[in-house]
Design a binder for this molecule. Structure first.
Ligand code: NAD
Length: 772
């Protein structure tokens, strides 16, 4: 694989600084340059200010603040020669041809002959920019179009010229997938590439159609959001996020470079959009655009624009039968199909808009991309659509959609007509999945061997909330599939049973939006309200059995991503190994709902803090640190931070940047562990502080209460937690099992407190913690 040991990023604005940060996230040092400041004493001041601004963003572009040391600041006049150390030089200066035109030859002068040079431009022709470079550099030059924010956005659009060496592009693509965790879409060097052509058309078409047909901003966003498998930001809110000035810039670029395009009427901003832009209502960055956040009677409220009067007004309620009907339809394809088949105003809008986007994508496919796969990837990874346009063609049915277009007297795109001669869908789900290629045949869909799709794995066992799947080679996977993957008897029962079967190893993981948001709180609430303590204790025992995986006969590896909270986190804490996505929000927020982790989580945090103790004198300090982590309910904002906080064991976990590879990596790790695996018996002699430790915690908690830092109920929770971590009253040693028993006891007793019941109820009702 391509080895990029050092990089240089030229331009430290919105994109450049954040890309440098992401490189630091993966351990690649970079030199970050911007224009020199006029202050002769500190020529790097401009770059420094820009870099500081990027670091202050929330969420931070850096996983860990200390990685900032990998970014060296400089300015383009004094430090350009230092780019000779870089294996990859990324140009991310202002989107102006003249500026890039002057800069690129200078970069070429100092770059090493084997260095890659790429540009982050979102609209300037890559071929035009390549022409600024000497011929010998052009084979190693291409577009690398990152999306904002580069840490989180999956898409990296790569654009080659006819002089780019395909091997270089492939090597870089592999590197970006594996090391930077990006999803790659290859675009042709056409105006706006794929994203700013197809993606932009999709937004602007909805804007124009809404205004023409008298749909409000809120109605349009309701129709073009999750109803169509797109994010909630839908259309108008997305314009606000991108910025109306940036939208204008993208449109102007397309208008200038596509003189004959049928999309032109949509590239221009409609009158109302132009007018609010000229008023400076550019969207989120200016606090107002199509939406405006204000405070009404002390409460934050979002107003939306009345596109006729150009005033922001409270959002009016509305109802569309078609939208109500699909509100609970989980399957995206079915949801879109049902909506488009409806006949109220919303359904008609959905069809008119979607059919236009599908036809535009199909008509211009050959101009923007080499295949449908890249177009779908751009919409999924760059715009967070659940299905790309060609997947939507398939979802609606290519034949059915063609018939509907014909019935309406509309032209059917050529590629679709061609497809219908040989097949009936753009994608084929066969033993070797394939897609319809522009040239008229089906080609195998290439995917990395690490990208395992759980939906394609054989099911061994299944219940309402979980499935046991066969990953091959003797490895099974326990997949949760409840809302937010919360855990109840279904998931835990199957997990416990899976561990009793004869596998080589087990992966706990899924490909939903989150690994698991934790235990099903509704269940605990019901048990507490009905005072079913025996039932609650039995459920907690099952939970502990399910999470405690190190005594299992084979290795159990958890593959975590996004929310890995509470009980979900505990399934990972008890595993032999954790493979975590870089975007993992891991923690034990139980205290916020008035309880303590009782599925082995308290014990596991304690174990992690007790290892490598240099002397018995540090015992209280270690126990205190474990206590603090649980009491503060601290949740990590990413995988590396989860490791720093202590949720991920440094020697028993690793972080994977590419989300698609998570299950594949977990399977590989499980196989590797299986080779020399031995179960670990429960420890019998953990050091216990006993009553002396408890007294210290009591004193500390009383002081915190006095200073009003915590509430009375916090004190109760803090004391219970300390009691468990100190092993109860008796000092000396304690077994792991004793800590587990104490966990359950504390949990049950806290659930008997009305204040805990109120906390749980409030969390279920509002999604927010109650401080009582
Ligand atoms: P920006 O305006 O935030 O930053 C551009 C930076 O370039 C500024 O800090 C400026 O001082 C610096 N600069 C100008 N001339 C320079 C020179 N000669 N040498 C060094 N630095 C110079 O812009 P941005 O949003 O970061 O965009 C950078 C590039 O990335 C553009 O090509 C843009 O089209 C592209 N892009 C932007 C986004 C986005 O969402 N902002 C997304 C994808 C791609």
């Amino acid at each position: 694989m391509l080895s990029i040991k050092k990089a240089a990023v030229i331009g430290a604005g919105t994109m450049g600084a954040q890309i440098a940060a992401h490189l630091a996230n993966v351990g690649i040092p970079s030199l970050l340059l911007d224009i020199p400041s006029s202050d002769s004493k500190d020529r790097n001041q401009t770059t420094q200010t820009l870099w500081d601004r990027a670091r202050a963003l929330s969420p931070s572009p850096l996983y860990l603040p200390e990685s900032a040391k990998l970014v060296r600041i400089g300015n383009i006049e004094d430090d350009l020669p230092a780019i000779r150390d870089a294996d990859w030089i990324l140009e991310a200066v202002v989107e102006r041809f003249d500026v890039k035109q002057q800069l690129l030859p200078k970069i070429a002068t100092h770059a090493r002959p084997d260095a890659l040079i790429t540009t982050n431009t979102s609209g300037i022709g890559i071929g035009r920019l390549a022409a600024m470079l000497p011929a010998e550099c052009r084979t190693r030059f291409f577009g690398s179009h990152f999306f904002n924010p580069p840490r989180a956005m999956r898409l990296l659009e790569l654009i080659s010229t006819n002089e780019t060496d395909p091997l270089v592009l492939k090597e870089f693509s592999d590197f970006a997938e594996a090391v930077l965790g990006k999803g790659i879409a290859i675009a042709k060097d056409s105006p706006g590439f794929i994203s700013n052509r197809i993606g932009f058309f999709a937004i602007m078409h909805a804007v124009h159609l809404a205004l023409k047909e008298g749909f409000t901003v809120d109605e349009t966003d309701a129709i073009t959001g999750p109803a169509l498998g797109r994010p909630r930001s839908a259309t108008f809110r997305l314009c606000d996020v991108i910025g109306l000035d940036v939208m204008e810039h993208i449109g102007a670029n397309l208008l200038e470079n596509l003189p004959q395009d049928d999309g032109r009427p949509f590239f221009e901003q409609p009158k109302c959009m132009k007018e609010i832009r000229e008023r400076g209502w550019l969207g989120e960055k200016k606090g107002q655009g199509f939406y405006k956040r204000t405070r009404v009677e002390g409460k934050s409220e979002i107003l939306s624009l009345d596109c006729t009067t150009l005033e922001h007004r409270p959002r009016a309620k509305f109802e569309f039968e078609s939208l109500t009907k699909i509100a609970k339809v989980k399957d995206t394809a079915e949801r879109i199909r049902t909506l488009c088949a409806g006949n109220d105003r919303a359904a008609q809008f959905a069809w008119k808009h979607l059919s236009a986007v599908l036809c535009y994508s199909a008509d211009h496919l050959n101009e923007v991309a080499h295949d449908v796969v890249s177009v779908d990837r751009v919409q999924r990874w760059g715009f967070n659509w659940e299905l790309g346009p060609f997947q939507i063609w398939d979802a609606l049915g290519v034949k059915e959609t063609t018939a509907r277009l014909e019935k309406e007297g509309r032209r059917v795109p050529e590629i679709v007509q061609k497809l219908l001669k040989t097949g009936s869908s753009f994608y084929r789900e066969e033993a070797v999945p394939s897609y319809f290629h522009i040239s008229g045949d089906y080609r195998a869909l290439e995917s990395s061997p690490k990208a395992i799709h759980l939906s394609k794995c054989r099911e061994i066992q299944r219940n309402e909330g979980a499935s046991l799947l066969d990953l091959g080679d003797g490895i099974a996977c326990l997949e949760f599939h409840s809302k937010l993957n919360t855990l109840g008897p279904d998931q835990l029962g199957l997990l416990r049973d899976a561990k009793q079967q004869k596998f080589k190893g087990l992966v706990i993981g899924n490909q939903g939006s989150h690994y698991s948001a934790g235990a099903n709180l509704g269940l605990f609430l019901k048990q507490a309200q009905e005072k079913k303590w025996g039932e609650m204790d039995a459920f907690l025992k099952l939970f502990q059995e399910a999470t405690g995986s190190r005594t299992c006969a084979f290795p159990v590896v958890a593959a975590c991503h996004h929310y890995t909270l509470g009980g979900g986190c505990e399934t990972a804490l008890g595993a032999s190994w954790v493979v975590a996505a870089a975007e993992t929000f891991m923690g034990l927020p139980e205290a916020k709902v008035g309880v303590i982790p009782a599925a082995g989580g308290t014990k596991e945090v304690l174990l992690r803090h007790l290892c490598h103790m240099e002397s018995p004198d540090v015992l209280f300090d270690r126990v205190h640190r474990a206590w603090k982590l649980i009491f503060s309910a601290h949740v990590s904002t990413n995988g590396p931070e989860a490791r720093k906080l202590g949720y991920l064991h440094p020697d028993l976990s690793h972080i994977v940047l590419n989300d698609d590879w998570l299950i594949g990596e977990a399977k590989a790790k499980t196989l590797e562990l299986a080779g020399s695996y031995k179960p670990t018996p429960l420890i019998q002699d953990l050091p216990a502080l006993g009553s002396a430790g408890i007294a210290k915690f009591d004193e500390m908690l009383e002081a915190m209460r006095k200073s009003d830092a915590i509430t009375d109920h916090d004190v109760t929770i803090g004391k219970k937690l300390a009691y468990v971590l100190c092993g109860g009253e008796k000092a000396g040693t304690m077994s792991e099992q004793k800590v587990l028993d104490l966990e359950r006891e504390a949990f049950l007793s806290l659930c008997g407190d009305p204040k805990t019941v109120a906390r749980i109820q409030h969390m279920l009702d509002t999604g927010k913690p109650l401080r009582n």
